[in-house]
Design a protein around this ligand. Structure first.
Ligand code: GCV
Length: 759
């Protein structure tokens, strides 16, 4: 079932185990487990434990289903299966995994349940319950595990939640659903030996966001320009190859397993740019989608599909795709009913409409609410949702026109529609107003749609952050986005909006990431880019988690040589320490050697890798920096610029408007300033550009040398892969430094105060 092999190396099928190496299951696999309860995912839990026991000598016994489920005849497993304990007997088990519906429960499980229902002891005990603490904020470092909140009471454990406790030498995981049980099992994997150590009172875990989805920009046909995976940097697609579904989908199941282990519960299997072949996934190629759904279902991951808004026309059913046309509505209703006949747990549609050439409702004089509601109506009877993307702007802008501002576009298009979307429409908003740059303000749309379900979209694939050739751990950036409080320090944060935890707000739309996975043996091209995928899932589950703690958890799982997540043994912490040094602030390093002070782009047009300061300056894409001999930056103020600052509520509308108060890192996003403008730290803009570019390259070189020291601690194959990639990262960082510094030296004529060589 698993891709086994020596820890840290590609396994027997040549695929790296990522954060689920066999070794991570040793603590569970070497113990005696009782599993109480039946149902589809209980089978997965059983299989996971049994396979670990087969490897490490433990045992698992499965007590059949609860009263309202069909009993399953499951034999004892493992060489030393313990005796089946009675209903009121804890039995000689080290671990009990039980559904609350599987009663009567063993005594230890009943005790844990009672502990959960009682809640925390007055004045003590862990806080158990919701997942985003009231104190979420980028300024607040919280330990991992703040997905535990106030204890139980009457609410129940919840759909995907679980309770973990340990007493009388037995560890107990309880859940209301088999999905919760699976998540609970992976929680134990993360804890490692610690799960079987000291007693622990009942802790309740449940995800902040109900929808935690990865969008694959995978094409079925190889696109002549974008290839098999648009903006993919990890080889081909794990789903599709040369126009067809892959013959062997073993890897899709392994992917589902990795996703469940970090908390992701939905996947979109094709690109939001839906071309001709991909349009047919909805109808005559639906079986392909169903085959993927079959592989992901055992891990609680539902499948969604990107659809072409003009599908009724493209597939020949109707003369128009007008959302208000009766034939079009009937067509979508019939097609959607067939989708659910084939895939009963289908998640829904994702739509990129009227954006970068994709068809949409505008062609018929209709708006985005008309378009989204059409699909929502078809999905509603089956409980499906539409993710409607807010990435809508004019990509044919005249660069001479200084009044049009791409940053404004999503807000201008969508805020007038707030309140018009059906309940099962989720507006999917990129985290920044432009396009996944390494530094952007948070999109004002997120705070401007109180009557609409909003999802925030992050880019796990590193289109603008080094394309998986550079180390760039993105969790600190995402954490800042999730912790941003659009209404000021006393108001809720972005994480609360996506979780639906805002007074008088709509239900949350969850978190979406553009996947960085391909058919590469390491899944993500750069082995260290696996941490981004892992962190995406963990932040979607618990947005206030500390990025460094998530990284630490990932290191412990991925590199058993680092001593696991509980041990201080292994290599005495050398690997762990080095990886933190290399990765913790790698996103900051990337920012330093690339684009300064939030100005954005400056990448090579088309493929978006490497520097080209004026690459987009005279194009129709709306991504300009306006550098001239006197200064640089985009004036987005209300006073003299495009007025974008006015799209934020106070205090940010005032903070960003003010040259004096605007945070330095976003200065050039909001203001056009002379090169001599003095930043809050006393440096001029031009000197800041020079200093950060020199510093960024030095940091890459230090990280490269640090990695080289890890030979022998990291298995040879990934060590060699990362070593090669560091050589490329350093080359590219030097190119960025020299082009950006030379460009601004030539424009401004201001020499580097420290006299360093600028070509
Ligand atoms: C899938 C950017 C990318 C495109 C991507 C688009 C989007 O423009 O460069 O490749 O298209 O975003 O998010 O739709």
């Amino acid at each position: 079932m698993t891709f086994s092999g020596p820890p840290g190396t590609p396994g027997s099928r040549g695929v790296h185990p990522a954060w689920l190496p066999d070794e991570a299951f040793r603590p569970i696999g070497s113990r005696r487990t009782l599993l109480c309860g039946g149902g589809p995912l209980a089978g997965t839990v059983h299989e996971e434990v049994a396979s670990a026991c087969a490897r490490y000598g433990g045992s698992v016994r499965r007590r059949a289903a609860g009263p309202d489920e069909a009993p399953e005849a499951v034999p004892d497993d493992g060489p030393e299966a313990g005796p089946d304990d009675g209903a009121d007997d804890g039995g000689p088990y080290d671990l009990v995994l039980a559904l609350t519906t599987a009663g009567p429960l063993p005594a230890v499980a009943e005790t844990a349940l009672a502990g959960f229902r009682r809640g925390p002891a007055p004045g003590g005990g862990p806080a158990v319950g919701p997942d985003i603490g009231p104190d979420i904020g980028p300024d607040i470092g919280t330990d991992i595990g703040p997905d535990i909140g106030t204890a139980g009471g009457d609410e129940g454990i919840g759909d995907e939640g679980y309770v973990v406790a340990r007493h009388d030498g037995v560890t107990v995981v309880l859940a209301d659903s088999t999905t919760g049980l699976l998540y609970g099992l992976f929680h134990l994997v993360r804890l490692g030996e610690e799960a079987f150590g000291a007693a622990r009172p009942a802790e309740h875990h449940r995800p902040a966001a109900r929808l935690r989805m990865l969008d694959h920009w995978d094409n079925v046909d190889v696109h002549p320009v974008m290839g098999q995976v648009e903006r993919g940097y990890a080889g081909g697609s794990i789903f599709w190859r040369d126009g067809a579904l892959r013959d062997d989908l073993t890897r899709v199941r392994a992917y589902g397993r990795l996703l469940a282990a970090c908390g992701v519960n939905a996947v979109t299997v094709n690109n939001v740019n839906v071309h001709a072949t991909e349009t047919r996934l909805l109808t005559d190629r639906l079986r392909d989608v169903a085959a993927i759904a079959d592989r992901l279902r055992p891990y609680g991951v539902r499948v969604h599909l990107s659809v072409n808004f003009a599908a009724p026309v493209a597939l020949g059913g109707t003369a128009t795709a007008d959302p208000l046309d009766e034939d079009v509505r009937t067509w979508w209703a019939a097609v959607t009913a067939r989708v659910y006949e084939t895939i009963p747990d289908f998640g829904g549609y994702v739509v990129k409409a009227d954006s970068e050439g994709q068809p949409g409702p505008h062609a018929y004089g209709r708006d985005h609410a008309d378009g989204a509601n059409l699909l929502a109506e078809a999905l509603a009877p089956f409980g499906g949702v539409v993710h409607w993307r807010a990435f809508v702007y004019n990509h044919r802008q005249d660069w001479r026109d200084r009044s049009t501002d791409r940053a404004r576009a999503a807000y201008d298009h969508f805020t007038p529609l707030d309140g018009r979307f059906r309940d099962n429409v989720i507006l999917q908003v990129k985290h920044g107003p432009i396009d996944f740059q390494v530094r952007e303000p948070v999109s004002p749309v997120i705070a401007a749609m109180p009557r609409t379900r909003v999802a925030v979209e992050l880019q796990v694939t590193q289109e603008y952050t080094g394309q998986q050739r550079h180390v760039c751990y993105l969790a600190p950036m995402w954490s800042e986005v999730l912790g941003f409080r659009p209404w000021g320090p006393a108001g809720p944060g972005v994480a609360h909006v996506v979780a639906g935890d805002v007074a008088d707000g709509a239900a949350g739309g969850g978190l979406v990431g553009v996947s960085n996975v391909g058919d590469d043996p390491y899944w993500t091209g750069h082995p260290l880019a696996q941490a981004n995928l892992y962190a995406f899932g963990r932040l979607a589950w618990a947005p206030s988690s500390d990025p460094a703690a998530i990284l630490d958890e990932w290191i412990g799982l991925t590199f058993p040589a680092a001593g696991g997540n509980d041990a201080t043994g292994g290599d005495d912490g050398r690997l762990r320490e080095a990886l933190h040094e290399i990765m913790d602030d790698s996103c900051g390093t990337y920012e330093r050697y690339t684009v300064p002070l939030g100005v954005g782009f400056m990448v090579r047009p088309g493929h978006h890798y490497g520097p080209d300061v004026d690459g987009y300056e005279y194009t129709p894409w709306g991504t300009y920096h306006f550098a001239d001999r006197d200064g640089v930056g985009v004036d987005r103020t209300r006073a003299t610029g495009t007025g974008f600052t006015g799209q934020y509520p106070p205090p940010w509308s005032e903070v960003y408007e003010s040259l004096a108060r605007c945070p330095d890192e976003l200065l050039l996003f909001f203001h056009h300033v002379p090169y001599g403008h003095v930043l809050h730290d006393g440096t001029t803009v031009i000197q800041h550009i020079y200093d950060t570019h020199f510093a960024g390259v030095e940091e890459v070189d230090r990280a490269r040398l640090r990695w080289a020291e890890l030979a022998g601690l990291v298995p040879d194959a990934p060590h060699a892969r990362v070593r090669e990639l560091f050589a490329e990262q350093l080359r590219c960082a030097e190119e960025w430094r020299d082009q950006v510094n030379a460009y601004f030296l030539r424009k401004s004529g201001v020499p580097d105060a420290r006299g360093r060589r600028i070509p």
